[in-house]
Design a protein around this ligand. Structure first.
Ligand code: ZN
Length: 245
């Protein structure tokens, strides 16, 4: 698995603008996510919004097997050209892990085709993340649930298409529930949405969260097949007696 090439993308604005959030993530949210993946032996690079081409040049994407995406306050600053580029790579087979407020990222909304809207509340309540598909590779190594001590509530109804697999459902102290771990297939690519990760809380240091993101990266790794070619196949594979219609 060491040959898997991961790019961790982060908008990286909250950490620069708020000393309180910079204290939680001194190396940026991308730094914490990358550290968690490196602990598991993966080869990781990071990219952020304010780099040229948002750090997602064609070469970087061509050399990326799985891309993780965290964004929140600057979804509108992501250029449509880069979104097109990421979208094309996903359809070609690059895995995409969309985290937390990335539910409103241009790339996620395009891949889902729905509002991706949800309810939210930030009062530092706790969250129980329940494994609802223990057979799924993204649940590997986890017990039936784990607790995030302080979190932002994300509540249903979540404006997403029915997931191909629902791996996690979150319950919040305030009573809401949320489909917080959802998988999708898009073209030759695999997409996983995972809801925990509000910038004010040290969620990306938590071992269970790091385990889920690592599992998700492995699950979303490309299945190396031939590029899909769709055309009007005039010649049949077996001989067929052609009748005049
Ligand atoms: Zn948030």
């Amino acid at each position: 698995m060491a040959s898997l090439r991961v790019t961790v993308w982060n908008e990286y604005r909250h950490e620069k603008e708020s000393p309180r959030i910079a204290q939680v993530y001194p190396q940026g949210i991308h730094g914490a996510i990358a550290e968690g993946l490196r602990e598991h032996g993966l080869s990781v690079r990071t990219a952020t919004l304010d780099e040229p081409e948002h750090g997602l040049t064609q070469q970087v994407l061509d050399e990326t097997d799985v891309l993780t995406w965290w964004g929140h306050m600057a979804h509108g600053d992501v250029s449509d050209e880069i979104v097109d580029r990421v979208h094309k790579r996903v359809l070609e087979g690059m895995g995409l892990i969309v985290l937390h407020s990335g539910h409103f990222a241009k790339i996620f909304k395009r891949l889902m085709g729905t509002t991706c809207n949800l309810k939210w509340r930030e009062i530092g309540e706790h969250e129980r993340v329940w494994v609802v598909n223990p057979a799924h590779p993204i649940a590997e190594g986890l017990s039936d649930h784990f607790v995030i001590p302080e979190t932002e509530m994300y509540g249903e109804p979540f404006g997403i298409p029915e997931p191909d697999s629902l791996v996690f459902v979150s319950w919040y102290q305030g009573g809401e529930v949320f489909r917080g771990g959802c998988t999708y297939y898009r073209g030759q690519g695999k997409v996983f949405y995972f809801s925990p990760g509000h910038e004010s809380y040290p969620i990306y240091y938590q071992p269970e969260i790091r385990q889920v993101i690592y599992n998700a990266v492995r699950w979303a790794a490309p299945t190396h097949g031939p590029a899909i070619e769709v055309d009007n196949r005039k010649e049949p594979l077996e001989p067929v007696a052609v009748r005049e219609l």
